[in-house]
Write a protein that binds this ligand. Structure first.
Ligand code: MRU
Length: 356
């Protein structure tokens, strides 16, 4: 998608270097960062310079490419794969991508391994672009249905950033919105700020602005009253891990939006590529929920009067805080899953009808 009218992807490989857009600096600074070692890739994931389930997976895949460039050795590669998997716990795409790469690379001779790794990491990226595009085409049908009845601007609420910045291109939750906009359907997006890291305000609103899509940032607690007032036609969110029973793990606060949507009979859709489905874990209580540094709550970053990025403390210094990064929305609150293969019920039968 576009930044300043120029098409970008979130990650690319150039001359044995991986390039990313440093998302910790957006929207105030647009910085392309170079990753030159597996450690750089691990830190980029941990520090959320790259984030969003599909992009974390792609970065891990390229992290293994960098590991081979650094030291072409099977035991170093294995250790790199283990360290990459540990870099963030919740999004299943990370393990999915590392396992897929390792399946291709384990035991391959040292002359061939680099080319095979580069090819597979590129395949993972290209596949994600295709999946996200198809999610858009499928999700567009739902927006068109609502538009046929309403014949006026469709108001869509989204949480966190499940936009193109969280994937390689298009996004998951935003892809149907981009497709609707390109088709001339009037859409307006309610963007949850998404405390504490503000992925909604900093990333989703930014990328929608760059594509000329009308949007309004709201506090994370505002969705309920907007739904009560009839100002939300549908919700679309992303997911970091969807269980085979349709339970959805996504950014903290998603669950409360789903409850409000259920109470107000607002359709609540979750958009995902199949790489986000965890077919193994059966009980959502077994999903590892990331707990991040509480300083992400107590400090906020923004531009000071000299246009310099500055971090300030906003809490009493002595107060304790807790920073759980994800929550679980039970399948019963999900109207449907929008995938690259079509739309299905959030249930075992629904997912199996498309994927098995
Ligand atoms: O902590 P983040 O910013 O990596 O969390 C991202 C999300 O929760 C997204 O909604 C999810 O990864 C889906 S991305 C298409």
């Amino acid at each position: 998608m576009n930044i300043n009218g120029k098409a970008f992807r979130t990650i690319w490989f150039d001359n044995n270097i991986v390039k990313i857009i440093d998302q910790t600096k957006l929207p105030h600074q647009f910085i392309i960062k170079e990753l030159k070692s597996v450690k750089d890739a691990i830190l980029a994931i941990k520090n959320m310079e790259v984030r969003g389930a599909p992009l974390i997976g792609a970065t891990a895949a390229y992290g293994l490419v960098l590991s081979i460039i650094e030291k072409n050795d099977q035991s170093f590669l294995k250790k790199s794969s283990e360290d990459l998997i540990k870099s963030r716990p919740t999004a299943i795409n990370l393990k999915w991508a590392v396992d897929r790469m390792m399946k291709k690379l384990s035991g391959v001779n040292s002359e061939e391994i680099l080319n095979i790794a580069i090819k597979e990491a590129k395949n993972i990226c290209e596949e994600d672009v295709g999946f996200c595009k198809d999610i858009g085409v499928n999700g567009l049908k739902i927006i068109e249905e609502i538009y046929k009845k309403k014949k006026d601007t469709i108001n869509i609420l989204t949480h966190c950033n499940a936009g193109w910045l969280a994937t390689i291109d298009w996004g998951t939750a935003t892809s149907p919105i981009y497709h609707a906009h390109k088709k001339g359907i009037k859409v307006h997006v309610w963007v949850d700020e998404t405390r504490p890291r503000n992925q909604g305000a900093n990333l989703t609103s930014y990328e929608l602005n760059e594509e000329g899509i009308s949007n309004t940032i709201i506090t994370d607690n505002a969705g309920g009253i907007l739904m009560q007032r009839g100002q939300v036609d549908m919700c679309i969110v992303g997911t970091d891990r969807t269980l085979s029973n349709g339970d959805v793990c996504n950014k903290i606060g998603t669950y409360l939006k789903a409850l409000a949507a259920h109470d107000n009979k607002v359709p609540f859709y979750v958009a995902l590529p199949s790489s986000t489905i965890d077919w193994n874990i059966k009980n959502s209580r077994d999903i590892p929920i990331e707990e991040r540094n509480s300083k992400e709550l107590s400090h906020v970053e923004g531009l000071d009067k000299n246009n310099k990025l500055t971090k300030v403390l906003i809490y009493p210094e002595k107060s304790q805080s807790m920073n759980l990064a994800f929550d679980i929305t039970p399948a019963k609150y999900v109207t449907g899953l929008i995938t690259e293969k079509g739309i299905c019920n959030a249930s075992k039968e629904g997912l199996e009808s498309l994927f098995k």
